[in-house]
Unconditional design. Structure first.
Length: 135
């Protein structure tokens, strides 16, 4: 059976797709907003994480805790302003939404923190219970 001409592979399109895939695989990771010192990375890998490949996920979770939560508290301390609230909302979504959803998806498939450590108990017990109570 002959393949219709519309479905024949396009060599230049294939080359562009391979080049794009290669750029994606070789690109630098951008999960965090700022890089961590090597000593902190090494400590987290040895004492906090179950798998060293999860360091980027931990960095993202820490950045999420360091930016949106304190800035939201600052917004409550300032005089009420819808403009500031909208700017904060857009910045949080632009900086964290896609990364955070991917992190949540990944964490559903694997164990991030080393089992039996303070971090495992704190995140899984305290944070999850606070979220459950709010829902």
């Amino acid at each position: 059976m002959a393949i219709p001409s519309a479905y024949k592979p396009c060599p230049e399109g294939l080359a562009r797709a391979k080049a794009a895939a290669h750029r994606d695989l070789c690109a630098s990771r951008q999960e965090g907003l700022f890089p961590w010192p090597q000593a902190l990375k090494a400590w987290c890998i040895n004492n906090v994480l179950h798998d060293p490949r999860d360091l980027h996920l931990l960095q993202l979770l820490v950045h999420v805790a360091l930016f949106p939560l304190p800035t939201a508290l600052i917004l409550y301390a300032l005089p009420p302003s819808h403009v500031l609230g909208c700017v904060w909302f857009v910045l949080c979504y632009a900086c964290f939404l896609q990364r955070f959803i991917l992190a949540l998806h990944y964490s559903e498939h694997g164990h991030i923190f080393a089992t039996g450590t303070f971090w495992d108990g704190f995140v899984c017990v305290f944070v999850c219970r606070v979220v459950e109570e709010r829902i």
